[in-house]
Write a protein that binds this ligand. Sequence first.
Ligand SMILES: C[S@@+](CC[C@H](N)C(=O)[O-])C[C@H]1O[C@@H](n2cnc3c(N)ncnc32)[C@H](O)[C@@H]1O
Length: 250
Amino acid sequence: MAFGDGDSIDPLAVDGRAEKSGLNQASSAKWGPTNAQIKSRERVRDLAEVYTHKREVDAMLDLVAPMFPSEGDPANTDRTFLEPACGSGNFLEEILRRKLAFVSVARYGRGDRYEHRILRCVASIYGIDISQDNVDESRDRMRAVVNSHLDNDLNTKVVSDAFASAVEAILGTNIILGDTVADADRINLVEYRASHGCTFIRTWTTLDAASREMDLFAAMTPKCDARPVHFKELASHPEPVPALLNGVEA
Ligand SMILES: C[S@@+](CC[C@H](N)C(=O)[O-])C[C@H]1O[C@@H](n2cnc3c(N)ncnc32)[C@H](O)[C@@H]1O
């Protein structure tokens, strides 16, 4: 687990499991009947795959409480987390839950500002794993956390289709397949910097370039949006957008 300020921790794992769900699915399926810490002996042998118990996840994240929003700082939703070997998402899930705990309709109203703030939480969390099923499961669990949050906070109200597409776009760039050790120069990361009017300005870099910096995205790269992109445009604009000239894309 790496945090935006460069700290790095790689905990011994014990167990941990959670619900799976598609963003628009009402139901969820348990991965296993108990909080299993491994999927198979082969995976332990081949991937050193032993998951971290929820108890340890909580204890470790408690150590970096200032990285999360709180009653005293409820808008602190954008601190960056990177899990370079995220497994099935035990840390990712809890990080997102802690961020979303302070994103409410009561605080942001019902509409774009609220949806944008949820997206900011998702967009500041990164996970990489060498196994596609772990990537898929991590994304599922992130969706499930968002769903659960919406269920609790919005009750029967629904979010916009564009919001769901934006969640998918962000999960697609942030929870990714890769060999963190061998391919750091080929693993692409996208920074989502929140901007005015429910927009983001994205910057593309590689894990290699980002990890040379104390700040995950301090490395300047030429590949970035030339103008802020509304969150509803994220899915339809997966590449950097050009500037507007007289209201038209240059
Ligand atoms: C010990 S598990 C920890 C998973 C998760 N961080 C947790 O605490 O629950 C290590 C994970 O790293 C992944 N992994 C192993 N080698 C990797 C590599 N070179 N690059 C990215 N992921 C890797 C495995 O798929 C495995 O799920």
